[in-house]
Design a binder for this molecule. Structure first.
Ligand SMILES: Cc1cc2nc3c(=O)[nH]c(=O)nc-3n(C[C@H](O)[C@H](O)[C@H](O)COP(=O)(O)O)c2cc1C
Length: 424
């Protein structure tokens, strides 16, 4: 049996094989149909053999989502309501982790006009705004979290993990990359705190330790608890989490009892560095996306800023196959917990190459699952013939605006229709 088809134990979870659906937002929202919306995608992925599905980032507080399509997991009822989907995925043999987090400065209450005008609380920040962000946040109330508030947040992570376990989820992953709140703690670009959560690498990462302790206490020490660790590439000449610091963080999270780690390259800004590829042309070609963007950011200044982020991000970091390879292979040599690989992995050869060389323990694909719900069958079967995802990033603005988690590239859609696969 190849490594790809070998089960893997992660904390309390046993994953049937080494292929996972990386967290890519599904636009399922928080309404009564959220479980059904997730099930529509995940059950098909599971039926076609994927080992693990990591549900996209879901928010632990009632404010702090980065997109209107994100799911709130801020109450036990809300999390338990997703149990029906988890059960349906289990019936097809796959496991599901819930990714949990908060947007911090990039919460939609800061930038998405309809939500900003109904904001109840200020935007949560780790430290006072970096100078270069001050013009962007002009007029937006920002609150720097106190030490007690950080501990309270850790308790909330613990509670949410306990609800996730009760709902049947096989584990959790912290949304600790991609410029979200936890990443803002890890990053010296944002974090200039002088309490126990700021300063050295160890102290910036301490937020993960207190969250890990809270999850162990509330959900059980064995409950699969995993984490993403960012290596920050941009902006140059500014403080950021370096490669070496990120590798040190991988060691720390192992010491603190996390069951697996996903190291990834990101920007300090929420741009498309995390999903390298094209400048998303859907921003000016897709009428629904254009309408939603105008409603979210009616002011020219904010809209131009959002567009500029996408254009600059897309130009600066074009697609490169398996772009995180140096990061996950180094992490794998530094820790003994399972290491998850993700980022530009597309072919069965790449998947098997990573696993057979022992460069990572799980291999994830993100955007291709939007384009191809049956993708796992092809990868597990070693079929190199067909590849839908073009890395155009047309899915990215749609997700930011709360639309359905599907492929928005018309070329891919036409191809799937021609192959008779459009509705699978
Ligand atoms: C539209 C979109 C939404 C994403 N949402 C999340 C998320 O919720 N949490 C997360 O950790 N990463 C998220 N990511 C990053 C992916 O998990 C993945 O790391 C990235 O897309 C690179 O993998 P790929 O080349 O296989 O798509 C998202 C990426 C995209 C394109």
């Amino acid at each position: 049996m190849s490594v790809l088809h070998t089960p893997l134990r992660i904390g309390s979870a046993t994953i049937r094989n080494r292929l996972y659906r990386a967290p890519v937002l599904e636009g399922a929202g928080s309404g009564p149909d959220a479980a059904a919306a997730y099930a529509k995608h995940f059950v098909a992925n599971a039926r076609h053999g994927v080992g693990l599905i990591i549900q996209g980032n879901s928010c632990i507080y009632d404010e702090g989502r980065t997109s209107p399509g994100m799911t709130l997991v801020n109450s036990r009822e809300r999390v338990l309501a997703l149990g029906a989907m988890v059960e349906a995925v289990h019936a097809e043999g796959a496991s599901v982790f819930l990714q949990i987090g908060h947007g911090g400065l990039y919460a939609m209450e800061a930038w998405h006009e309809p939500h900003a005008s109904h904001r109840r609380d200020p935007i949560l920040a780790v430290s006072p705004l970096p100078l270069m962000l001050r013009p962007v946040f002009a007029g937006i109330p920002v609150h720097v979290m106190s030490t007690d508030e950080v501990h309270a947040m850790a308790m909330r992570f613990g509670e949410v993990a306990a609800w996730a376990r009760e709902a049947g989820y096989d584990g959790v992953q912290l949304a600790s990359a991609n410029a979200k709140l936890l990443d803002q703690f890890l990053s010296p670009f944002y974090n200039r705190r002088t309490d126990e959560f700021g300063g050295s690498v160890e102290r910036r990462a301490r937020v993960l330790q207190v969250i890990r302790d809270a999850i162990a206490a509330r959900a059980g020490n064995d409950y699969a608890c995993t984490v993403k660790i960012p290596v920050e590439k941009a902006p140059p000449m500014r403080p950021r989490t370096t490669f070496d610091e990120a590798m040190r963080m991988c060691e720390l999270v192992e010491d603190w009892g996390f069951h697996a780690v996903t190291p990834v390259e990101v920007s300090v800004f929420p741009d498309t560095t995390l999903a390298r590829g094209g400048v998303p042309k859907s921003l000016w070609r897709n009428e629904a996306i254009k309408r939603k963007l105008r409603a979210a950011a009616p002011g020219r200044w904010r809209r131009s800023l959002l567009l500029a982020g996408y254009v600059v991000g897309g130009r600066r970091r074009p697609f490169e196959p398996v772009w995180n390879r140096p990061i996950f292979t180094t992490a794998k040599r530094r820790v003994s917990i399972p290491v998850f690989a993700v980022g530009g992995i597309r072919t069965p050869e790449e998947v098997n190459g990573i696993l057979d060389a022992g460069d990572a323990d799980m291999v994830g694909l993100g955007r291709p699952f939007y384009a191809e719900p049956e993708l796992a069958e092809r990868v597990l079967g070693g079929d190199p013939a067909h590849r839908s995802c073009r890395n155009s990033n047309m899915c990215v603005p749609a997700q930011m605006l709360g639309m359905k988690g599907v492929c928005y590239n018309p070329e891919v859609r036409r191809e799937r229709v021609a192959l008779g696969r459009a509705s699978s």
